[in-house]
Design a protein around this ligand. Structure first.
Ligand code: PAF
Length: 511
């Protein structure tokens, strides 16, 4: 691991690793298991992981704990080393071009996102966060950046910043990590004494009570918040509540009633220590993702499961086929990425349910029905090259995410669990040995009367395709950290599906 202190050093180190996907995990140090879970996920999903440690003066208000904020740098270096971080970026205040006391440019979040929750109590805080994160993005230029969901408002604001400023980075939110008592991990927990720590676990217990009421059908803000308040008075009497609000997780507006999803967010003090936490209340139907290498049986399994579980089959393959058809029908050369980006940006694609046993859906592109056309041999031969073009993926992943907003679907591909639906309730990584996948393909070809390819040749082709899929720069094939791997070598279709249905029912019952 390299520990670097300047933007120039970092830039030079990154230039040595050109072509690799770079993840950034921005932190203020005093690393705990919450940070380590972000690092582990970044490691699993990218080639190179940069962790930044910078206690950012811009985000501390007057009277806040900037001076006394914990800075155990030696311990942080050891933890990063142990988690195989590639670069630890630990700049000074000067290296981040912050001249305290002098005026400087700021990135300011929109009013409506700072009007609630922490915003009114910490004026200027979020502008401090967006400014520093924007600087870090400019210095590191990561492909992906990871943030904890505990700082929920921060996460929403950062996603909006990236969208509004068209920053070329994907923001990924990761679940809050709790200690065994349920207390959300925070670098500030070190300030708590034993009694405060014991009572602090009541915050999560109280939020969980609201979640139980929600699961039993309560949708109104007032009774849900009353449950939390009453419980806090009972089990955390020393907690001085600052705010307790139910908001829409997309725009942070206060909600009277939850339609699909809501977040209850809370902040308050034990003595002078400020703690925050939140809980997501989600009435949406689940999302299941099935990723894995070519020839593992993903489409057959997904189709069968969609029927058995009553979920919509999101046929992402049909979407890539539609893009291939569009590019082909407009006679755009595959090398002309600019023309492809233009045509993709204005494309209107609709997938509608259909009764046919032949197709998973009806496909309409710019109002034209192309359900059959996308299955032609010409499209089949183009689709994998088209799917590797950045602009095609950007547009289609955005659409897939949009379609996933309502939940209730099962999607199959290479990056469903890692990129498209990281929030999926159940992620499966379906795989089989190269020899077994080649054997199945060989049998299929024999059944179709095609006997030209030998088993050895198929083994070679599949090995090559696996290598291409897992090393390509855009959305490489990777098992999501929280995916369940199923190796299908010794399983038939029914056995695989029974396995997944069991996992699904377990997940749903846990909710
Ligand atoms: O969440 C944090 O630790 C900080 O707000 C961040 C994102 C590192 C910016 O200083």
């Amino acid at each position: 691991m390299r520990v670097l202190k300047t933007a120039l050093g970092l830039k030079t180190a990154l230039q040595e690793n050109q072509g690799q996907t770079v993840a950034l995990v921005p932190t203020m140090g005093a690393l705990h298991s919450g940070h380590l879970s972000l690092i582990a996920r970044a490691k699993a999903e990218n080639d190179l992981v940069v962790v930044s440690i910078f206690v950012n003066p811009l985000q501390f208000g007057q009277g806040e704990d900037y001076q006394k904020y914990p800075r155990p740098i030696e311990q942080d270096i050891d933890l990063c080393q142990a988690f195989d971080v590639d670069i630890l970026f630990a700049p000074s205040v000067e290296a981040m071009a912050i001249n305290q006391g002098q005026q400087q440019s700021l990135v300011v979040p929109p009013e409506h996102l700072v009007a609630n929750l922490c915003g009114p109590f910490r004026p200027g805080h979020f502008a401090g966060v967006t400014t520093i994160v924007c600087k870090l993005f400019n210095i590191v230029q990561p492909n992906v950046a990871y943030f904890g969901e505990k700082d929920f408002q921060q996460l929403v604001i950062l996603k909006k910043m990236v969208e509004d400023l068209r920053l070329p980075v994907i923001i990924k939110g990761c679940p809050t990590v709790q200690d065994p008592s349920g207390l959300a991990l925070s670098s500030r927990n070190v300030y708590l004494n034993e009694q405060q720590k014991a009572q602090a676990s009541g915050i999560n217990t109280s939020l969980m009570l609201a979640k139980e009421a929600f699961s039993s059908g309560e949708r109104k803000s007032s009774p849900l918040l009353t449950i939390v308040k009453q419980s806090l008075v009972q089990i955390s009497p020393k907690f001085k509540l600052q705010y307790l609000e139910l908001v829409d997780p997309n725009n942070l507006k206060q909600l009277e009633t939850i339609e699909d999803t809501g977040v209850i967010a809370i902040a308050g003090y034990f003595g002078s220590t400020r703690l925050i936490d939140n809980i997501l209340l989600n009435a949406q139907k689940p999302i299941v993702t099935i990723d894995g290498p070519a020839g593992a049986g993903k489409s057959t399994v997904t189709r069968k499961l969609a029927k058995e579980l009553g979920l919509l089959y999101l046929d992402t393959g049909a979407m890539y086929r539609a893009a291939a058809w569009l590019i082909k029908s407009q006679a755009i050369a595959l090398e002309d990425h600019v023309a492809i980006a233009e045509v993709m940006a204005s494309m209107q694609l609709e997938l509608l349910p259909c009764d046919s046993s032949k197709y998973s859906c009806e496909v309409y592109l710019n109002q034209q029905r192309i359900t059959e056309q996308i299955r032609s041999l010409e499209v089949t031969s183009l689709v994998s090259q088209i799917a590797a073009i950045a602009s095609v993926r950007t547009v289609l992943v955005k659409l897939q995410k949009e379609l996933g907003k309502k939940g209730g679907l099962i999607a199959e591909g290479r990056d469903m669990g890692t990129e498209v639906f990281p929030q999926a309730s159940l992620k499966i990584f379906l795989t089989a040995s190269v020899a077994e996948r080649a054997r199945r393909r060989f049998k299929d070809l024999q059944n179709q009367g095609i006997e030209k390819v030998s088993l050895e040749e198929l083994i070679h082709q599949i090995t090559q395709r696996d290598h291409q899929d897992s090393t390509r720069k855009i959305s490489p094939l990777r098992k999501a950290q929280d995916a369940v791997e199923i190796i299908t070598d010794d399983l038939n279709l029914d056995q695989v599906c029974v396995n997944i249905v069991d996992l699904y029912l377990n997940k749903i019952n846990q909710k």
